[in-house]
Design a protein around this ligand. Sequence first.
Ligand code: ADP
Length: 644
Amino acid sequence: MLREWNVPFRALLDAAPDGIVVCDGQGTVVLVNSEAERMFGYARDELLGQSIELLVPEHVRPRHHHHLASYAAEPKLRPMGSNLDLRGRHKDGSEFPVEISLSPFTAERGTLIIAGIRDVTDRRQLEREKKRATAYLLSAVEAVQEAFLLFDENDRVMMVNSAARALMGPVGDAPITGRTFEDLLRASIAAGTYELGGETVERWQARRLAYHQNPSGVLDLRTRAGRSIRITERRTADHGTVTMIADITDDVERAEELRRARQQAEAASEAKSEFLSSMSHELRTPLNAILGFAQLLERDRKQPLSERQLERLSHVLRGGEHLLRLIDDVLDLSRIESGRISVSSEPVEIASVLAEAIHTLEPMASRAGIRIVPPDVPLGTPPVIADRTRLAQILMNLGSNAIKYGKTDGHVAFRTEIGSSSVRITVIDNGIGIPEDKRDRIFDPFQRAGQEAGPIEGTGIGLTISKRLAEIMRGTVGFRSQVGQGSEFWIELPAHLDQATNEPSTAGSAAVPSRLATGERRHTIVYVEDNPSNIAFMRELVEELPSVELLTAPTAEIGLELIRGRLPNVVIMDINLPGISGFEAVKRLREWPETRDIPVIGLSAAALARDTARAQNAGFHRYLTKPVKVDELTETLERLLEVR
Ligand code: ADP
């Protein structure tokens, strides 16, 4: 059986964790425990028989007196002055926060009031700190420019800054804190805050909700006020959501401005390219006649020219070729600058591309009295990854500079070195070298490093083009030079490391008399061309090829009739014709069964890369640009006519 313990009453009272003070209806203290003594700093004897108001701060004593009287009249158990910031008064005069519960006790001599008193200094301190932390957080959230909302795990707003309030617009009278995301979203939509951009309200809302429920990345929206906003939401560790909304209107406008500027720049560059293309067309057409006839005169076997005449003619040819190079270089550079050039990289054998470049450079070198040392490509040199034509172009540019700026009786050599993942080809000369103060701008366009007024022909863009081309092919160029001693220019390209071969260099085949020049007439060519001097040039060219009969037509319309009537072996077609264009004419030829297989050579002054691509798509067999190189055209004809 449970028996009540017999514990001494006084000891029990003193062991209680709260202070206990008992007073009578008049407020005279009749009992205190140890905790109360400790809390208020009085010894028991100092309190017993004194007024309870000794323990109350002076400024509340009048009120306290009144409360005590009314409590004594109608006593019951209750916390004292709930919601009030109650304070006790220590013996030393200091005050401290307390919580007090009151209960009445009816004794023989009357009603006693028992006060349980707890010192809450620590708790108040904690509460104050918590409040301060929250205030800090709120002011931090307020200080961020972006709209900020924090939702709890039930998707209700816990925290919101004024930027977010402003952005949401009027969302009803109820305070935002405590409302759910969806509720606020609906209210904002109803208030017309957002620009739905043609979407239905349902779809737009579904999209916004979907992002909120599963946020990843960002969500860009627009407001009716014309602002672009970027929403970033993230889940918090305790299943809430943080929403940040940034105004990105300025960024969007700037991006739009940039886009417009880029578009304009592209249009301008396109116009420049277009202009250069048509200018080059205009310049090439008369050059075509000049160079074409000069070449025919030079080769005329029936009426060979005298030495003097040949000498003069060579000036015409050289001048014409220089002009042509200039046109081509400017065109090339503008194409590279506008990013329109396409390179097709493949493994290229260095020996063979060197042989090709040297073969082309040889006549120039012998004219200048310079010896080209036969290249020695080390065994095991891997091919390089490059566009063969462009690599040859670079080597020819470096090589021709080495010859141009060389000394009579000098030499030019090509050295190949294998790196760990690249191959370097160096063009070495023992020529005039480059003055030190001119070296840093040598690769800039139109910089001729002191040669501007000199006798050596040049445009100052060869090295610019070489450098840009090398970079497009993921390569580099560089040089070193010593005035009076010579220069070394190199290009380094990535090696193709899968296979290492070393083909012996094959020099290009020497010109042999055309097979078309022998035998009786057995081929027919229709040449569609409106320019009389081009027609005259072609007639003279074909005159040297007795196996070929040439028929000409001044327009594509007449040409098509002629081709269907005579079914020639080859058609040569100018592109820019007065009526329908050469492109259109080829299209029609490809549609008729009887003309479908006749090879057509396109001939045009337009030398933009994209024209060549277009011509291939249009169905041309070959596409040659004017000025026509006699050898190239003869070779093409020979291949088409003699093989068939
Ligand atoms: P250019 O058409 O004038 O030769 P480049 O761009 O090819 O134009 O070369 C720019 C300039 O660099 C030349 O004008 C010349 O002064 C100098 N240069 C280039 N290669 C050599 C070289 N091998 N030796 C001496 N000078 C050179």
